[in-house]
Design a protein around this ligand. Sequence first.
Ligand code: AHR
Length: 328
Amino acid sequence: MKISRILSLCAVLLMLLETQGCGSAPEPAMLNAGIQKTYADVIIGFAQLGAESEWRAANTQSIKETAELLEIELRFMDAQQKQEKQIEAVRKLIIQKVDVIGLSPIVETGWDEVFQEAKDAGIPIILVDRRAAVAEDMYVAYLGSDFLEEGRNAARVMAQLMNGQAKIVELVGTINSAPANDRYEGFREVLKDYPGMEIIASESGDFTRARGKEVMETFLNEHGSTITAVYAHNDDMALGAITAIEEHGLKPGVDIKIVSVDAARVAFEAMIAGKLNATIECNPLLGPQFFELALKVINGESVPKWVPSEESIFFPDNAAEILPTRKY
Ligand code: AHR
């Protein structure tokens, strides 16, 4: 056999060996080259934190509806407001070998171990709605709001509403959750410029209507009509506060001004009734963006580390006009 023929045979053999995995390990993106997956090929897991608010109900509905529309196999878990259950849910999804895990962490800390387990299993995590305090390489992307800015906006709106003079009580969200931490911080950041705006009490209402009412009752019993404004980290707690204020014989939205976050339909109804003075939008309809991101990740495409939601601020003056257009 001629030398040139032997050399070309060797080259073919080498190529074959490489495509059979005997060469250097291919990058995930190379593996996917040419065999792009579609929504029909993938299984997506989602570890939801619970069902504490109107916002959460809309968020869950958006995830489920979008999966149905796109005919995606979705494994949805509800952690019922407990971090242990949410960690357990992520572990179950790892065992089920889903392609991507979506996670809305109930609190920021305590995630290192389970994120490492997902990483070791080669399953990417996309943070949806809430961040977790883990190293950036432990998740592929965060899809959600700028909670700090929401807190700043609440303070700006309240300062205007109160002409820079207020005795504020604050209904904080779930302790150690990303939205509660940031809405707390952002609000105070802006308040520094308004010496006449004083926070006289601040306590967690756990993002629920029932706790919001209870905490507001305590505030009213302790401070009575000294209170001139309420800052609620979500609409549900604001609604709880509205009931407490009415039961206390005062007029919510008039005697005590109220600013909250979420812009859920219930907030528009309260604004129309003159009981809420403003709501800062936090968008829960994240289903379409989540699945789009997930598919990109599966197909080895690069995705931004943070995909922020677009949000605005709503006031009573045009609430009636806007309400019919609201999807949550
Ligand atoms: O993480 C988003 C927050 O969680 C919403 O503002 C609140 O309503 C929900 O419970």
